[in-house]
Structures are given as C-alpha cells and as structure tokens.
Design a binder for this molecule. Sequence first.
Ligand code: CP
Ligand code: NVA
Length: 312
Amino acid sequence: MTLELPRLSTKDMLCTSASTLADISAIYATTRALKAGREVHTAVLRHKRLAMIFEKDSLRTRFTFDIGMQDLGGSAVFMDHRDARLGSRESLKDMAKNLERWVHGIVARTYKHKALEELAQHAEIPVINGLSDFVHPCQGLSDFFTLTEKWGDVRGRTVTYVGDGNNTCHSLIYTAARLGANIRVCSPEGYEPNSRVVSEAMRTALESGSEIQILNDPVEAVDGADAIYTDVWASMGQEDEIEERNGIFAAYQVDEELMARARPGALFMHCLPAHRGWEVTQEVMDGPRSIVYDIAENRLHVQKAIMALLIR
Ligand code: CP
Ligand code: NVA
C-alpha cells in the first residue's frame, strides 16, 4: 500500500494548540492506514534514526516510539536523562545542534516545556513532545483517535475529565476544542487547568462548536457525559505532594457510582499509569466500559503517523 504523507503545518509536535484541524485529520488518516491489517511499513522511515531523551520514567511512550520507529524501518536510541535536568551538562542549543547531525527526529520527555521549545528552536529536525509538565500532545491525540474509532464523529460528544488540571488534561482540552467535542473539567479548587489553556481553547471552540466548562462538582460534571477521563492526582515531579493531594482529591475518585451518573454506556478513559484504588477503582478500570488499553495501543499507531508525517 502506498501511503500519502502530506506535510503538517508545523516542523514539530510540541503542543496540539499549534495543530490545525487539517493536521489532525492527516494524522488520523495516516494512523488508520498504518493500523489497518497491522501491516509493517518499513519503507516509510527506512534508515531514519530517532533520539529519545527522557527526564522521567515511561512505559507506554518509550515502548511505542521505539517499536513504532522499527515498524517504519528506522531505529531509535534511548538516552536516560533521569539523573540530571536537560541543559545541565551542555546547553540545549548545543544538544540540538549535535543531534541534528546524527538523527532525523527527537522525542523528549521533560519537566519544563520550555526545554522542548528550546530544543525545537535550535534543531532543524522535528522535535516531538513525549510529555512535559505542561502538555502531553501524543496522549490527547491518541485519546481522541480512540474515541473516533468508538463513536465515529466526536463532534457534539461530551468528555468529562475528573481530577487534576495537569498536562494530560491540557492536551485533552486542546484536542477536544480543535475537533469540536465538548469538554468538561472537574477539579478541586486550586487544581483547575491553566487559565491560559482554557481561554485559548475557548477561542478555538468558537470555530469548532465545542463547549468547554470548568467545574468543581464531579456529580454535576458527569451528568450526561459520553466518557469520563481521569489521571493520577500527583504527576511525576509532584511526589512530595502525594499525601496532601490524596486527601484533597478523595471526593474525585471515579467509581461505579460516578460512572452510573454519566450517560448509559459511557466510556472510561485513563492515560495510564493508573493508581487503582485512588483516582479510579479496580471495578471501573477492569469494567466493560474501560477503554484504557485501546488508548494505550493507539499510542503506537498515532505516534507512527506523527513520525511518518514529520520525519523526512
Ligand atoms: N501515558 C503515558 O504517557 O504513559 P508512560 O508514562 O508510561 O509513557
Ligand atoms: N500526569 C501524568 C501523566 C503520565 C503519563 C504525569 O505527568 O505524571
């Protein structure tokens, strides 16, 4: 099969706020083509190399980028950066200028989003965000790709995110707003998503028809929802706050009772890793409405599409 690989409007994939609807449509069309029949397309990125630089732990992102690169005919080199922040040994500019001489793309998982922006600014090659403290674009794109598989059109559907207004939540908001899905976020006071993300998404929503609501009451937020999404209460880098957050977020656990208040047949979503018994119960994680492993599988297919469209 010959794949059509149109150029995206950006060199990098740092945040979905920069992706146009045409970009996301191209990513999803490529994802569908790559996923169909589980064929391996080794001609797409034959002999291309990917650098993977991670300041934080990972299972899904690390495996899926590495395997995805192999499926497309290329290879990946992993650099474990968990012992030192990026930029501490040499400048991000020098790192970018070296890497672009050896590899054709970079995936980085960082604390500071700024570090990714700096890498992207100085590298001629594409930089893909494998999660920063600010956003998790490949996750948001996989979340909504999975929903398009389940529902067909996501426009007019409502996804309620219950929990911390974090990186995963920000990408969910940006992607929903672009695709015309409704997004409600329900967090304890003081843990709402970044107000800049919300106002930017609200501007996008004016074009797409998406409705965005920020709430504090989970029962109100899930009423009529087509899917309920949650993530950990303390993200990587917030380990010192775990105990305090476990208390603050206790009323925000997604359990059978909360699921029952959403639409009949509402789906359960989580980016994983999940802390069973905290943000979600065992029953909901393992229940018939849970699509968490479908999303995890689609990380592979969606990221293959992103790499196929960005790496030249
Ligand atoms: N959801 C996700 O990004 O998982 P990892 O942290 O395991 O990569
Ligand atoms: N919000 C989580 C997502 C992990 C994939 C974190 O940043 O740790």
